[in-house]
Design a protein around this ligand. Structure first.
Ligand code: ATP
Ligand code: MG
Length: 390
């Protein structure tokens, strides 16, 4: 005989199972819809994006990336050939390196082109040129981030790309224009310097000789006039020296004739002659011949550094060095003076007039160099510049 209670229990259990199965269907449907939604968002996004799973197989390849790479999603999804969009030979993309936790290998594949993302933990960004993309190559800024499930397990990686070719081209144009401006400025200075030296300098020398001739012919009885003539000759002489100094400051003729080191030594000797500040220097001869823009940049750096020491530092000592290693040139200009707040000089809001240090930084950047400034109130000042040997 069938037990009544058992029958009821069974019916109840069947109902429960039916309910559970409906709920499961709903959950599945909701999951499918949310996955579909995510796919649509990714697919419709104007940012070229791809996603790989934990065994480096592409699971998403959006429309924007199809456009960029010329590779259709259907031809690449479920393969591990995403590298084909960027490179000629098989190699890891940033997303692959992150997926394998090979952070230490990033420098090898993206030397000097990458950095850790400030925004997303574990993500990395890089900028690189891809000659195969587009008619004449593209500059891409790309970010890769690891993807984790709710338990923190690594389940894949996503990579987004941004075309920065136009920005790069604009940067290059600005760079080349700045270089031209500096070239023109130096040429103008050179011609002005020659003009002052050759023309005004010659005229003043003639004046000096004329005064001395008249003085010699003057009878000794006219001693007051003779004294006045001597005074005039002294002033003319002083003016000649000033003019020579100005002409040299505008364009150091020694760089071309005797080389950078002699020009720098001359600069220091001049400084010594008109300043109380004790100056020491150590300029190492650079074996490799440098481009004239590099020579002039180094010279202008020391010139501006010394001008600043004279004008602002109230130092008692200054020390200048020029050293070089296999690939770099190092410049140090140091004083023990009052120092200053570096951020004030480079703040657009606070500083409008001072151009010396800013233009030094710009000049260096144009030839791939950099300027570090260590200073602070009562801490003295140290300018450290590093330039690549061409
Ligand atoms: N060696 C130094 N010691 C103390 N203060 C300095 C030194 N060098 C620079 N400064 C400070 O930094 C400021 C900016 O220097 P910068 O050379 O850029 O401009 P500037 O010398 O004022 O003007 P210029 O455009 O003629 O060079 C100076 O006004 C000064 O306050
Ligand atoms: Mg200055």
């Amino acid at each position: 005989m069938v037990n009544n209670t058992n029958c009821e229990d069974l019916e109840k259990r069947i109902k429960e199972i039916e309910k559970e199965s409906i709920e499961l269907k709903w959950a599945e449907e909701a999951f499918r819809k949310s996955e579909e939604k995510l796919k649509n968002i990714l697919h419709g996004s104007p940012i070229p994006t791809f996603v790989i799973d934990n065994i480096h197989r592409v699971i998403y390849w959006n429309r924007a990336l199809e456009e960029y790479s010329g590779i259709k999603s259907k031809d690449i999804v479920r393969t591990d050939r995403h590298w084909k969009a960027f490179y000629d030979e098989k190699r890891p993309c940033m997303a692959d390196l992150l997926l394998d936790g090979k952070i230490d290998d990033i420098p090898q594949w993206y030397p000097g082109k990458y950095m850790a993302s400030d925004l997303i933990e574990g993500a990395y960004e890089a900028i690189d040129f891809f000659p195969r993309m587009g008619p004449s190559g593209k500059w891409l800024y790309f970010t890769a981030a690891p993807l984790k499930d709710s338990e923190g397990r690594l389940i894949g990686a996503v990579e987004t790309l941004q075309d920065i070719t136009e920005t790069k081209k604009a940067e290059e144009r600005i760079k080349s224009l700045s270089r031209q401006i500096i070239d023109i400025q130096e040429r103008e200075r050179e011609s002005l310097s020659r003009e002052i030296h050759d023309n005004i300098g010659q005229l003043l020398s003639a004046l000096k000789m004329g005064l001395s001739r008249i003085n010699k012919k003057m009878p000794d009885e006219l001693s007051t006039i003779k004294d006045q003539l001597s005074e005039l000759a002294y002033l003319v002489n002083k003016t000649i020296k000033e003019i020579r100094g100005l002409s040299h400051a505008l364009h150091p003729p020694l760089i071309k004739d005797l080389g950078l080191i002699s020009a720098l030594e001359e600069l220091c000797q001049e400084f010594k002659s008109y300043s109380e500040i004790k100056i020491k220097w150590n300029f190492e001869q650079i074996q490799k011949p440098l481009q004239s823009i590099t020579n002039i940049t180094i010279y202008r750096l020391f010139q501006e550094g010394l001008n600043n020491i004279l004008k602002h530092s109230r130092a008692t000592e200054a020390y200048l060095t020029l050293t070089s290693s296999e690939n770099t040139i190092n410049v140090i200009i140091e004083d023990n003076g009052v120092g200053f707040l570096v951020e004030d000089v480079f703040s657009l809001l606070k500083n409008t007039k001072s151009l010396g240090l800013i233009s030094m930084r710009e000049r260096l950047a144009l030839i791939g160099g950099e300027l570090k400034i260590i200073s602070g109130p009562a801490k003295g000042t140290k300018l450290i510049a590093r330039l690549e040997k061409e």
